[in-house]
Design a protein around this ligand. Structure first.
Ligand code: ZN
Length: 297
């Protein structure tokens, strides 16, 4: 009897030990969809390819691209099946999508789909209330106090929500600037340097939005001598929408902005976090220094 029991225990243990190995050996990649097709940034076909490459080189993702019709085209045909993916990367700033597509996107995120919003994607859809909840903050497109407060850090390191009237969205000169982590415990930021120099980019400021369920991961000082606000402006944030996770980076204007290793690292980690809730990627050896940019060309 003792022998039989120990045999059963051994078999059970064996199954227990084997299970994770089986799960790992399936090697299934995370399916992601990049949405593009219209943008006031004419380099969008190039940034889509840059971002697709960054995602694929992690070995974690399979990436498809959904391209909308051009500006003024028949948008009724744009109906990607979001539910075939774990996450959607937004590289889009253009005409409104059909209501059916908006509804499908809202349901996708509410039910746990991940979203990565890159640079001018936060200019898109000023009238789409749920989209603005997902991105937390946005700019341009006649955004104003009706869209929500300005959100930034003051000199005492406190978050300010400022509902005073005024435009939503502006930026100073295209220049290199320092990024400061505000939440070092988040999986996306954890283990990375707390300050680093970002290659030349637009530093978005005066963004406004509902900013609900939003956590600012990092800010950058928008210097007045670069035509900025003199505020520490949010440049990376995470937002919860239903069961969905969103990573929003305001960075990534030009190709050289996206070739910054800091941009790449946070983008790759953000995509993993929104789709799995975890980050397994390590800090790359060529991550920027506190005063030293690092660019991959
Ligand atoms: Zn831009």
């Amino acid at each position: 009897m003792k022998k039989i029991i120990s045999k059963i225990v051994a078999v059970c243990l064996c199954i227990l030990v084997m299970q994770p190995a089986v799960a790992q050996s399936s090697g299934e990649k995370i399916r992601l969809l990049i949405v593009d097709g219209q943008n006031n940034h004419g380099n969008w076909p190039q940034t889509t390819q840059l971002m697709k490459g960054y995602l694929e080189e992690t070995g974690l993702f399979d990436v498809d691209i959904a391209t909308t019709p051009p500006e003024g085209g028949d948008m009724q045909i744009f109906k990607p099946v979001f539910n075939n993916y774990k996450g959607v990367v937004l590289n889009y700033n253009g005409d409104a999508w059909p209501k059916e597509t908006n509804d499908a996107f809202e349901a996708f995120v509410r039910n746990g789909g991940g979203v990565v919003s890159v640079h001018a994607a936060d200019n898109a859809f000023p009238e789409w209330r749920e989209y603005n909840k997902m991105i937390g903050l946005g700019g341009w497109g006649n955004r104003s106090e009706k869209n929500g407060p300005y959100v930034y850090y003051n000199q005492d390191g406190k978050i300010v929500r400022d509902s005073s009237p005024g435009i939503g969205g502006s930026h100073g000169k295209f220049h290199a600037f320092k990024i400061v982590t505000r939440n070092k415990k988040h999986p996306i930021t954890k283990g990375l340097p707390l300050t680093w120099m970002h290659n030349k980019d637009e530093l978005y400021d005066r963004l406004r939005g509902p900013a609900e369920n939003m956590d600012i991961l990092a800010t950058a000082y928008s210097a007045k001598d670069q035509n900025g606000t003199g505020r520490d402006e949010p440049v990376m944030m995470v937002i919860r929408y239903g069961k969905g996770r969103i990573f929003h980076t305001t960075l990534g204007h030009a190709n050289e902005s996206q070739q910054c290793v800091g941009f790449i690292t946070f983008f790759q980690r953000g995509a993993e976090w929104v789709t799995t809730g975890k980050v397994t990627q390590k800090k790359p050896a060529d991550f920027p220094g506190e005063d030293k940019i690092s660019v991959r060309r």
